[in-house]
Ligand binder design. Structure first.
Ligand SMILES: [Zn+2]
Length: 91
């Protein structure tokens, strides 16, 4: 994929000569940019929020919520059990 125009390139287009051709043809203003410019582009691309990552962080939060509600339910059940035992013992 081209990081400048997000165009999906085929395997054939990934050859250095084809990539240079794409750069010259579609991004003539970027031909003089140095390697650091493209590495920054790549870093930004890799750190961009994706749908997968958004869902991953959401489900992580859901897991935390689920765990919290499980712990609360467990506490309620234990308390109820304890009260029943105390009531039973005091009869
Ligand atoms: Zn491009």
């Amino acid at each position: 994929m081209c990081l400048l125009c997000n165009k999906v390139l085929g395997n054939d287009d990934m050859k250095p000569s084809k990539l240079q051709d794409h750069l010259r043809r579609y991004h003539p203003d970027k031909t003089e940019k140095d390697l650091k410019y493209f590495q920054t582009l790549k870093d930004k691309f890799q750190k961009r929020p994706t749908l997968d990552r958004m869902f991953a962080s959401t489900s992580q939060r859901n897991d935390d919520g689920l765990r919290a509600s499980y712990n609360i339910s467990l506490l309620i059940a234990k308390t109820a059990y304890y009260r029943r035992e105390v009531n039973f013992a005091s009869r």
